[in-house]
Design a protein around this ligand. Structure first.
Ligand code: DSN
Length: 423
């Protein structure tokens, strides 16, 4: 056998073990309902781009200024992805090279702060993100971090408290956005606060980028100096990230990403981001975004009707945070039981949680993935019923009911295939 032949075999032929794992994961994803709000199913087109020969190419630098030759095609690919991001989000500048959300956010620190400078973000247990200055993250260890949270009664960010904290602590960087925020983010109000204290405002829209692209959430553009997003949540692209800003911040952001933080961009990811951005500008994506929110509202209403206590009382977006305290069950027990019942969620802290993050009081749900499969309000009401039944079954250790739900979900999901299956 020639060397060429040995590297030109299918995965099946080369590594049946790994091919088997991919098949099993496809079956798992097909036969379960993912309600993890940061997950989605990418299109077959995005999958093809991720698996393309662009993975073979090194391209340190930016188009026209690379440190490797052979950029004839990559130097058309990356500007195409950038142009699509600029068009979709209405920004002057985009950098599509960050490997994911955390490196994207680290690049922002590098662009604007010195170690020890003050950063302000929403605290992780209140709904923020590790990289917004949380103490176990590099961003909380190498920088002086101050956090805002939500009001205990309303479950919402209290902007007067954010303003008072900003005035007192004088952060150089303020983050808005996070990972467990069921309500709309008030970018204009955050921008006003940032301007008052002379801080740079960063809008981390990782969770809601697809909702913004689809026109169902306000945009931070024109309010925040820098916009950071991952590309794989509601935006429904590959695992990657984009940093966006006005032209006068472009060189600070670009220098921070490369050579400040990263080496060569993942060109196959850039290609898939370009595909996802093209998909997101189409009218059907706006319909998808609308349905994501409609589904979340329907699921929230059905859960509330079943006595679930939702943080902030409901949702404006794709995400629901349940405080299970009144159900006398921990988030971990509930999420693990639902996983056995073929509903995938994640346990999560709730604001002012008396329990530890590894066994918290809450559970986080979201509708982006189920909506991609074509599920609508009737399925959301059915899912709420299964969540209720599954959690009650877990409390009385009734595995028969959990198995019955699992088989009903197997049946339902067979009518809602996921993209990327055998051609
Ligand atoms: N892991 C992401 C999420 O689930 O929201 C945040 O990094």
């Amino acid at each position: 056998m020639t060397v060429i032949a040995s590297v030109d075999r299918s995965l099946d032929g080369t590594d049946p073990v790994l091919a088997g794992l991919i098949g099993e994961e496809f079956e798992r994803q097909s036969g379960t309902i993912s309600l993890i709000p940061s997950e989605n199913y990418v299109s077959r087109a995005v999958l093809e781009a991720v698996g393309s020969v662009f993975t073979n190419k090194y391209s340190e630098g930016y188009a026209g200024r690379r440190y490797y030759e052979g950029q004839q095609v990559v130097d058309r690919l990356e500007p195409l992805a950038i142009e699509r991001a600029k068009q979709l989000f209405g920004v002057e500048h985009a950098n599509v090279q960050p490997y994911s959300g955390s490196p994207a956010n680290l690049a922002i620190y590098l662009a604007y702060l010195e170690p020890g400078d003050t950063v302000m973000g929403m605290s992780l247990p209140m709904g923020g993100h590790l990289t917004h200055g949380w103490n176990v993250s590099l961003t909380g260890k190498w920088f002086r971090s101050v956090s805002y949270g939500v009001n205990r009664d309303t479950g919402r960010v209290e902007l007067d408290e954010v303003r008072a904290l900003a005035r007192r602590e004088r952060p150089k960087l303020i983050f808005c956005g996070g990972t467990a925020i069921p309500r709309a983010i008030e970018f204009a109000a955050f921008a006003e606060i940032a301007r008052e204290v002379d801080a740079i405002l960063v809008a981390d829209i990782a969770h809601i980028a697809g909702l913004i692209a689809g026109g169902v959430h306000a945009s931070p553009v024109g309010h925040a100096e820098v916009v950071s997003t991952t590309t794989h949540k509601t935006l429904r692209g590959p695992r990657g990230a984009i940093l966006m800003c006005a032209a006068d911040h472009a060189s600070a952001i670009d220098r921070a990403v490369f050579p400040g933080l990263q080496g060569g961009p993942h060109n196959n990811t850039t290609a898939a981001i370009a595909v996802a951005l093209e998909e997101a500008r189409r009218p059907e994506f706006a319909g998808y975004a609308r349905q994501v929110v409609a589904n979340a509202k329907a699921l929230a209403a059905a859960l509330t009707g079943r006595g679930f206590d939702l943080v902030s009382g409901g949702t404006d977006n794709h995400l629901i945070l349940i405080d299970l305290t009144n159900k006398q069950v921990s988030g971990k027990i509930a999420a693990k039981a639902l996983d056995r019942a073929r509903i995938t969620t994640n346990y999560n802290t709730v604001p002012f949680d008396p329990r530890k993050p590894f066994d918290p009081s809450g559970m986080r749900l979201g509708t982006p993935a189920a909506t991609t499969r074509g599920m609508t309000e009737p399925e959301m009401r059915q899912i709420a019923r299964w969540i209720d039944e599954g959690i009650e079954a877990a409390k009385r250790q009734d595995e028969t009911t959990i198995e019955r739900i699992a088989s009903e979900i197997r049946e339902l999901t067979s009518g809602f295939p996921i993209p990327g299956g055998p051609a």
